[in-house]
Design a protein around this ligand. Structure first.
Ligand code: ADP
Ligand code: MG
Length: 286
C-alpha cells in the first residue's frame, strides 16, 4: 500500500472511532480468519449485578463484602454495591489474597473466609453441597461464587452481566463474512455457553486461567490470522500475540497499550467496520 492510501485509511478509521496504530495492523486485518473475544466487558457490558443470594442473606453479604473490599474484579464491585444497598457494613480483614481466576480469601474474625468459584472450593478441599443450585443458576447465564467461612460453605452469590445491545449484530456480521467467532473466558463453561447462545458465538473456551489466554490464541493461529478483542489487564498478552489486537476504549490502560486497534465507542460492530476499511484501503492500491 502507498503511504498516502494508508494515511487515508487510518484517517477514515479515526473518524469512525477506530484508532489504528499503524498501517501493518490495517493490512493484517484483511487476512483474519478467526475473531476471538474476551467475555466480560467485551461481549458483555462489564457491569455485573447480583441477582440471587443463597443462604442467610445478611451474613453471606457481610462476609463477601468484607473480603471483596480490596479486590478490583467486576464481581467484587457487584457484591459491594449490593451490600451497600442492603446497608451492610464491611468488617476489617487480615491477610487479604487475590487468587487469580478463582477468587479471594482473607482472615475475618479470626476465621478463614473466601469468596470464589469451584476451582477455589477444590483448592480449599470443600465438598460442593450446593451443586444443583449452582448448575441451575449457571444455565441462566449467571456467574456463581461461593462464600466460605471456617470449614463450611455459608452461601452462594449469583451475578449476571448482560451482553451489549450490539454484540449479536456484530457477531452475525462477522459470521456473514465467513469468519469463525470464539469466546475465551475465565468464567464457567455453562455460563459462557449461555452467553454465547445469546449472542450467536460459534465456539466457547471457558475456565481459562488469565495466564493461558495467549496460548489459546496461538492455537487458533494454526488456521490463519487471528484477531483478539479484549479489555482487561489479563487480556494484554493475548492482544499482543494476536495478529490483530483490538482493545476496547473502555478497557484498562494496559489493554489499550497492547492493542494495535482501539475501538473508542466500545461497539463490537466496529470490528467488522475495521475489516471493511482494511479491504477498501488495500484494494484501492496496486
Ligand atoms: P473473566 O475476566 O474472563 O471473567 P477472570 O479470570 O477475571 O475471568 O475470573 C474468572 C473467575 O474467577 C470468575 O468468573 C470468578 O468465578 C472467579 N473470580 C475471580 N476474581 C474473583 C473475585 N474477586 N471474587 C470472586 N470470584 C472471583
Ligand atoms: Mg474482560
Amino acid at each position: 500500500a502507498t503511504p498516502t492510501a494508508l494515511m487515508v485509511g487510518t484517517g477514515r478509521g479515526a473518524k469512525m472511532g477506530i484508532l489504528i496504530k499503524n498501517g501493518e495492523v490495517l493490512e493484517a486485518v484483511n487476512d483474519v480468519k478467526t475473531v476471538v473475544f474476551d467475555k466480560t466487558g467485551t461481549i458483555t457490558v462489564g457491569k455485573p449485578q447480583v441477582t440471587d443470594i443463597v443462604g442467610d442473606e445478611a451474613q453471606v453479604l457481610q462476609i463477601a463484602a468484607s473480603l471483596e473490599v480490596s479486590s478490583e474484579h467486576p464481581l467484587a464491585a457487584a457484591i459491594l454495591t449490593r451490600a451497600k444497598t442492603a446497608q451492610i457494613t464491611a468488617k476489617a480483614v487480615d491477610n487479604f489474597q487475590a487468587i487469580e481466576g478463582k477468587g479471594v480469601s482473607a482472615i475475618i474474625d479470626g476465621k478463614t473466609g473466601f469468596v470464589g468459584n469451584n476451582k477455589l472450593l477444590t483448592d480449599f478441599k470443600f465438598d460442593n453441597v450446593l451443586v444443583q443450585q449452582e448448575i441451575k443458576l449457571q444455565n441462566e447465564a449467571k456467574t456463581v461464587v461461593f462464600v466460605g467461612l471456617d470449614d463450611r460453605i455459608i452461601g452462594m452469590i449469583a451475578v449476571q452481566d448482560v451482553p451489549k445491545a450490539t454484540s449479536s449484530e456484530a457477531i452475525a456480521n462477522l459470521k456473514a463474512r465467513g469468519l469463525k467467532t470464539v469466546m475465551l473466558t475465565g468464567d464457567n463453561q455453562r455460563v459462557a455457553q449461555a452467553v454465547a447462545a445469546q449472542v450467536g458465538i460459534d465456539e466457547v473456551i471457558a475456565d481459562v486461567l488469565p495466564g493461558d489466554k495467549a496460548e489459546q490464541v496461538q492455537a487458533f493461529q494454526k488456521n490463519g490470522k487471528v484477531a483478539f478483542v479484549g479489555d482487561g489487564i489479563n487480556d494484554a498478552p493475548a492482544l499482543t500475540i494476536a495478529d490483530v489486537g483490538i482493545a476496547m476504549g473502555s478497557g484498562t490502560d494496559i489493554a489499550i497499550d497492547a492493542g494495535g486497534i482501539v475501538l473508542v465507542k466500545n461497539d463490537l460492530r466496529d470490528v467488522d467496520k475495521a475489516l471493511a476499511l482494511s479491504r477498501k484501503t488495500f484494494n484501492r492500491i496496486k
